[in-house]
Design a binder for this molecule. Structure first.
Ligand code: AHR
Length: 331
């Protein structure tokens, strides 16, 4: 951990920030579950600002990060989950800067609003690596990003819909968190792919990437239009699709038949619903980004040059492919 920032005065500030992080910006913990502390020796202290715990994908991503940034691998991880609150996430990053961590990793909840705090990290000489989502700030303000091509994911889902629906089709959309890169890009990719097809987007609302959110929004769509008037649901992630399935079944309709569903992630519960015929198509979003993020942190701290962007490839699954893949999926 960097010592140069820790004057007596700063230490008092750190204690205040750490307390604030615990109380108002979600859970902050170090690798051993105790309060954030100096790893000492040759350990690399990394502050990781996670979005929260909104989905099955997020749980798999957090596990991948915690495994890669383990003590055995030479890291003292200070973990914060911001409960999907962008202001709390920025506050957590400021806390990491004040603690003088060696590097900061961020899974940004939303794209905008990062310029100031990234500049502060840069001024403090602390490299920032982004994982999963992107930001709109200049890429001069962070060292590298590892993640997924969200627009391509949306495009693949849209291409499936365009091939499947050749008659007039009413579609509703369950959007991810407003302002997040995956919600923005998955909408763009899908909309481009269905342009000129008979698919009409009759409504689109955010379900915040959560199962409860997807269920609540789907219930309101069913109430507004009736199950007979909805042919297709495009869910920006599996958790919202799983919530929609509950709402569709409660309305007396059959998910996957009366109302077809396409979603993104390919987490275990989503893949099981696809295998069971309740979801019709899933585009993968690979959450196992921890090893690459840890490799980037080590390379950047060693002064090695690194790629600015690393995109991890995704697959897509229909029912048959899901049945085949399920026994060997690790998340
Ligand atoms: O940023 C990746 C997205 O965030 C996943 O698709 C979603 O499930 C998660 O909450």
């Amino acid at each position: 951990m960097k010592k140069r920032f820790l004057s007596t005065l700063a230490l008092a500030g750190v204690a205040a920030f750490a307390l604030a992080a615990c109380s108002s910006s979600g859970d902050t913990e170090s690798s051993d579950g105790a309060a954030p502390a100096d790893g000492g020796g040759d350990m690399i202290t990394v502050g990781f600002a996670q979005t929260g715990s909104e989905s099955g994908w997020r749980s798999a991503n957090t596990e991948s990060m915690k495994t890669a940034f383990s003590e055995d691998n030479g890291f003292d991880l200070v973990f914060n989950a911001a409960d999907n609150d962008p202001a709390a996430q920025i506050q957590a990053v400021r806390s990491f800067i004040n603690q003088g961590v060696d590097a900061i990793v961020i899974a940004p909840i939303v794209e905008d609003g990062w310029d100031d705090v990234l500049q502060e990290a840069s001024d403090a000489g602390i490299p920032v690596i982004l994982e999963d989502r992107t930001v709109s700030a200049s890429d001069d303000l962070y060292a590298s990003w590892v993640g997924l091509d969200f627009q391509l994911e949306g495009q693949k889902a849209g291409e499936w819909a365009a091939e499947t629906f050749t008659e007039p089709t009413n579609m509703v959309v369950l959007e991810g968190t407003t302002g997040s890169a995956p919600a923005n890009d998955r909408a763009t990719g899908f909309d481009m792919a269905i342009e000129g097809t008979p698919i009409e987007k009759i409504d689109s609302q955010t379900g915040d990437f959560t199962r409860d959110g997807g269920k609540t929004v789907m219930e309101s769509f069913l109430q507004k239009y009736g199950a007979d008037e909805i042919d297709l649901v495009y869910a920006h992630n599996d958790d919202m699709a799983l919530g929609a399935i509950e709402a569709i079944e409660a309305a007396g309709a059959v998910p996957g038949e009366d109302i077809m569903i396409v979603s993104i992630d390919a987490v275990h519960d989503g893949m099981q619903a696809l295998a069971d015929g309740k979801i019709n198509y899933i585009v993968e979003c690979n959450p196992l980004l921890g090893d690459k993020a840890a490799e980037l942190v080590k390379a950047v701290l060693a002064g090695d040059s690194v790629e600015k962007r690393t995109i991890v490839e995704d697959q897509a699954f229909d029912q048959e492919a899901a049945i085949e893949a399920l026994p060997n999926r690790s998340y």
